[in-house]
Design a protein around this ligand. Structure first.
Ligand SMILES: *Cc1c(COP(=O)(O)O)cnc(C)c1O
Length: 397
């Protein structure tokens, strides 16, 4: 299976081991516990000497199929799963960081991750250093002073900044840090952080992996000893993936490459198209040659992803007028689904910040995050054109 190409793996990996009754599809096993008539066998399974399941908070066949599929797609030694992406992130950080430890990360991590760094870790006496995203020298300087964990995310939310994963992973390794990358935006179709030197890769499976905005989930893949420690933390603390969610995400993952390839193309087209509108002040997309880290993106990604953002003239007022006019877009907080999703950053990813804080992070008040769906590109372009046209008079006056 490891030798097969990407789409073949995403369709077949992890499934065969869990099939039952001659079914060709993985069953959704809702049973909370798994019974044993043989007390010795029960004991052997319970202590991990024999494969099998004991209790749903620990393991479940449907959930195990998901874990195996994402493990193989990320070319990892081991993997485990979580109820949400945030559970994956918080359980991983809680497993690795103790009072007195130091963690280095970037300012532009996902909103929830940023809250862990600014609100929760400091009160556990963990020192958190957040560097300017993309300032590689600053990150290297802080890492060189010593840290337990180097936590990265690339591309970032919402201005799709890029961090050089290979270079940062080397810096982390030099001081013995565990290097973690949130690969949610890129997906394993476009980027493989483990191959770039990371120890662990994290996903919000809620986004591209599931792809249909109908199930929450998270995953961590990478070094076996680290993943086992994180699994142990999760099995005790209880942020377990639900079997029905595992099934929905497994089903979504079979079309991951088809979807992401189309989303890469649609996002690239939309980014170019947006530049032709007077009302658009700036477009952020790593595939654009004028993106400040286009060269790094080209080096470490095989596709530039389905996420972009753009700033409109007239700020919040224009956003308020423009977004309701779009016919083929959900105005919502999620991303990575088959439908196009749009939202103002001040309402979605950075709702916790003040306008001044957002500005300091380089997030204009008129910034719109655009998650390209898999619709026909002509319809998406026409939809933007009619929306801009409909508010033209309003914005000029
Ligand atoms: C959504 C998201 C998360 C959190 O995932 P949930 O499944 O919503 O908990 C983490 N990182 C990134 C980059 C995300 O987009």
């Amino acid at each position: 299976m490891e030798k097969a190409k990407f789409s073949t793996k995403s369709i077949w990996a992890g499934e065969k081991e869990q099939l039952a009754f001659g079914a060709t599809q993985v069953p959704v096993v809702h049973s909370v516990s798994f019974g044993y008539d043989d007390m010795d066998e029960w004991y052997e399974v319970a202590i991990g000497n024999k494969p099998g399941h004991i209790y749903g908070r620990n393991t479940n066949p449907t959930v195990q199929a998901f874990e195996e599929k994402i493990r193989i797609l990320e070319n990892a030694d081991a993997s485990t799963s979580f109820s949400t992406g945030m559970a994956a992130i918080s359980n991983t950080l809680s497993t690795l960081l103790f009072p007195g430890d130091r963690v280095v990360s970037i300012k532009d991590t996902y909103g929830g991750t940023n809250k862990i760094f600014t609100e929760f870790l400091p009160r556990q006496q963990v020192e958190v250093i957040l560097c300017d995203t993309g300032d590689h020298e600053a990150i290297e300087r802080e890492v060189a002073r010593g840290c337990k964990v180097l936590y990265l995310e690339s591309p970032t939310n919402p201005t799709v900044k890029i961090t050089d994963i290979k270079r940062m992973a080397a810096a982390g390794k030099a001081v013995g840090a565990t290097v973690i990358v949130d690969n949610t935006f890129a997906t394993p179709v476009n980027q493989n952080p483990l191959e770039l030197g990371a120890d662990l890769v994290i996903h919000s499976a809620t986004k591209y992996l599931g792809g249909h905005a109908d199930a929450l989930g998270g995953a961590v893949c990478g070094d076996r000893a680290l993943v086992e420690a994180i699994y142990h933390y999760r099995e005790i603390n209880g942020a377990t993936m639900d079997p029905m969610a595992a099934y929905l995400i497994l089903r979504g993952m079979k079309t991951l490459k088809l979807r992401v390839d189309q989303q890469n193309k649609n996002a690239a087209s939309i980014a170019e198209y947006l530049k032709t509108f007077d009302m658009v002040e700036a477009v952020f997309y790593p595939g654009l040659e004028d993106h400040p880290h286009h060269d790094i993106a080209k080096e470490q990604m095989t596709g530039f992803g389905g996420m972009l953002s753009f700033a409109v003239r007239g700020g919040v007022d224009t956003v308020r007028q423009l977004l309701p006019k779009l016919k083929y877009a959900n105005r919502a907080a999620n991303l990575g689904s088959v439908e196009t999703v749009v939202g103002p950053s001040r309402t979605t990813s950075h709702v916790e910040c003040t306008p001044a804080e957002r500005l300091a992070m380089g997030i204009p008040e008129g910034l719109i995050r655009y998650s390209a769906g898999i619709e026909d590109i002509d319809d998406l372009k026409q939809d933007l054109a009619q929306a801009f046209k409909a508010i033209e008079a309003y914005v000029k006056s």
